[in-house]
Ligand binder design. Structure first.
Ligand code: SAH
Length: 310
């Protein structure tokens, strides 16, 4: 079968909604900006350029593998940045009392993580079932699946993956792991495919509502969010954001999953009601038609922003 998967080489990586992010965050010369999710440094690079030699960029990523390549990229622009191998849930400790003029978080995984078979993020690429964004700590997905309760698994698939066949898939995964550890992406992918009885071909980046989503796509997404505690980390970031921002400072968050976007929307609405935030987006911003065509990762992006009140 011909493979129709699209992948992104590091050099071709396109930051999602860059123009909109710059429009919203308005990074001025001399500003202190934080990029919570460096990835390839696509947004960070432009932010550092905009704040100029008098400004400063603080960059975070839980994935240490990203930091070195980003460092090289940023050094071409200037020395006024610092990079931390850190979770954005701990942004206050990183800022250590400094107040940011702009904060960006471009949530989720990077294409480098998805594309590297050794990381175990992709149902389409055979590799060990790791899936940790931070490989320096915590258990792998294989470890999590060895002991997870069937009900918890079913709930995660339904809530984090919008998987209509959550019960069926959870039962199949538990039955398989009772026979022996699920150690590879291919094993997990096969279990889901057999359980749902679907046959291909499938595309890696299907359009919403189209028939050709891979039967394991939702399962892999749900388990990634569960293993990496993505919603809990985001909820913690949203709680502490007001303390991290200077008065008049702005935050922009890009979500790729409805659960994430709901948390962001609620936190900003509540912040506006309590006048913690002075302004914010009523509706989320979406990538242009052109960007959606050129960059599949952007298709489900939703950007929301808020401005810290006085
Ligand atoms: N904006 C980047 C792409 C970001 S991809 C660019 O233009 O190049 C998302 C990145 O967020 C990934 O590298 C991932 O490791 C990181 N990430 C995910 N959750 C995180 C967390 N809780 N704290 C810090 N970084 C996180």
């Amino acid at each position: 079968m011909k493979r129709r998967f699209r992948s992104t080489a590091a050099g071709q990586h396109r930051p999602v909604m860059l123009a909109e992010v710059l429009d919203v965050l308005r990074p001025r010369s001399g500003a202190l900006v934080v990029d919570c999710t460096l990835g390839f440094g696509g947004h960070a690079e432009e932010l550092l350029r905009r704040v100029g030699p008098e400004g400063r960029l603080i960059g975070l990523d839980v994935d240490r593998n990203h930091l070195e390549s980003v460092r090289e990229k940023l050094q071409q622009i200037g020395p006024n940045f610092e990079l931390h191998h850190a979770n954005y849930a701990g942004i206050e400790a990183i800022l250590a009392g400094r107040a940011a003029d702009a904060i960006l978080a471009d949530l989720g995984v990077s294409s480098m993580q998805i594309d590297d078979p050794q990381r175990g993020f992709s149902y389409a690429r055979p590799g060990p079932l790791d899936m940790r964004m931070d490989q320096s700590r915590g258990r792998t997905l294989s470890g999590l699946l060895s002991s997870i309760d069937e009900e918890e698994l079913q709930q995660a698939l339904a809530e984090l993956g919008d998987e209509p066949q959550a019960a069926l898939i959870a039962r199949a995964i538990v039955a398989a792991r009772d026979q022996g550890a699920i150690e590879t992406t291919a094993q997990l992918s096969d279990i889901v495919r057999h359980a749902t009885g679907q046959s291909g071909p499938w595309r890696l980046h299907p359009e919403r509502g189209k028939w050709n989503i891979h039967p394991a796509a939702r399962t892999f997404q749900a388990l990634r969010i569960l293993l990496n505690r993505e919603l809990a980390n985001l909820a913690q970031l949203l709680r502490v954001l007001p303390n991290a921002l200077a008065v008049g400072g702005r935050v922009a968050l890009i979500a790729f999953h409805s659960g994430e976007d709901r948390l962001v929307k609620k936190a900003f609405q509540e912040g506006l009601r309590q006048a913690i935030y002075a302004k914010g987006s009523d509706e989320c911003l979406r990538p242009s038609f052109q960007e959606r065509g050129a960059n599949p990762r952007s298709r489900s992006a939703k950007l929301r922003w808020a401005e810290r009140g006085g």
